[in-house]
Structure formats: structure tokens, C-alpha cells
Ligand binder design. Structure first.
Ligand SMILES: [Zn+2]
Length: 212
């Protein structure tokens, strides 16, 4: 019992710490973005609806049971189902981070992208931390169809980009999900910075070697 309490306390503290760090570095803003951590017993600690990631209260974080029912804390983010669909498909997922980070959102509104893989493999760290990035068609936030569209991609991908919205990234730990979210945002920034210039992305062989 003691171990279970300390795991939950650690998860709450980590959500607060990571949320503030992401917010302070403008990786999300206002009350956008949400974070969840899955505990060993299947419950999920999640950021509440209408909360700023920069000013979270550990005692008010939402807790959902293994079936997705709200059991304590404030009402969860409107995008709770989206997190749940990621966990359903990924047994190894320990955390999910969803942001409205500016450069990734900018890429999510570009008309001429490959919907199977939106960003080129510009760097080794992008390939190792994110891999590939499919575009999920636009649905309004909180629409159950959006969560199902994410679920359809989640089995094969580490991260997805919601069209005209932002990225959703899962990791084995919250730190993994945080780092991958940051790598995704920086790669989106590089992609936009390079613009129309001719680039030399990693070759398919180089990318494949990193994915192993
Ligand atoms: Zn969102």
C-alpha cells in the first residue's frame, strides 16, 4: 500500500514539474495542453480541464480508473478520451503529453504534407525519439471521433499530429514523452526555418538503422 501511495505521489509531482517546465518555455499556453501518467494499477493521473500547465495543484489533479471513469480530483481535461485511446493501444505507454506548441501547430495546418509522415527525418534524435509522425484528420477538440482516429494510428506510432490542433506523444515514462514532445517541436521549427531550401534529410537506410 505504501509503495502504491508513493508511486501516485511521485506521478503527481512529476506532472506538476513537467507541466510548469513546458509552460514556462512556452511549449503551451493559456489552458491548452494536457499531461497524463498511467500508474501500475491501471489508474491514470491527468491534468484537469481548464487548468494552466504552468499553475497546477497536485491535490486537484484528476484521477481516472482503469475503465476511464473519473474517481477523484477536478474533472479531467476534455481530451481525456484521447489519452485513454493512446493507452488502450500501447501497453508500454506510461505517459501521454499533448501540447499546442507553436511550430508543431504551424506544421499541422500546412496543406502540402505527407499525411503518413508529416516531418522529414532531419536529425538522428528526431528519428530516435519520435520516429514517424502521421497526421490525424481534423475533428473538434473532445470529439470521440478524434480519439478513435488517434487510436487507429497509436499502435504503429510513437506520436501523432492532430490537424489544425497539435501533437500527441506517448512515452514509457513522462520524461520520455516530454523529451519526444520537445524533439518534435524543435524539428517542426527546423522544418519551417529551412522553408523552401533544398535539404538533405537522413537516408531511409540511416533512419532505419536508428529505429532498431
Ligand atoms: Zn488540444
Amino acid at each position: 500500500m505504501t509503495a502504491m501511495i508513493s508511486e501516485e505521489t511521485r506521478a503527481r509531482d512529476a506532472v506538476i514539474r513537467v507541466g510548469k517546465s513546458l509552460f514556462d518555455r512556452r511549449l503551451t499556453f493559456g489552458s491548452t495542453g494536457n499531461i497524463s501518467v498511467r500508474l501500475d494499477d491501471g489508474r491514470t493521473v491527468m491534468t484537469p480541464t481548464n487548468a494552466s500547465l504552468g499553475d497546477l495543484d497536485p491535490a486537484r489533479l484528476s484521477v481516472l480508473d482503469g475503465d476511464g471513469a473519473h474517481v477523484s480530483g477536478d474533472a479531467p481535461t476534455k481530451e481525456a478520451l484521447l489519452h485513454r485511446c493512446m493507452y488502450c493501444e500501447r501497453a508500454g505507454a506510461g505517459a501521454v503529453v499533448h501540447l499546442h506548441s507553436t511550430h508543431a501547430v504551424a506544421v499541422s495546418v500546412l496543406a502540402d504534407v505527407d499525411p503518413d509522415d508529416v516531418l522529414p527525418p532531419l536529425t538522428a534524435y528526431y528519428v530516435m525519439r519520435v520516429g514517424s509522425l502521421p497526421l490525424v484528420p481534423y475533428y473538434p477538440p473532445g470529439d470521440p471521433a478524434l480519439a478513435l482516429a488517434v487510436q487507429a494510428k497509436a499502435a504503429k506510432h510513437h506520436a501523432v499530429l492532430l490537424a489544425n490542433h497539435g501533437p500527441v506523444v506517448w512515452g514509457r515514462s513522462l520524461l520520455d514523452a516530454q523529451y519526444a514532445s520537445e524533439e518534435l517541436e524543435e524539428t517542426a521549427r527546423l522544418h519551417l526555418l529551412l522553408g523552401e531550401r533544398t535539404v538533405r534529410p537522413l537516408t531511409p537506410d540511416q533512419a532505419a538503422a536508428l529505429r532498431k
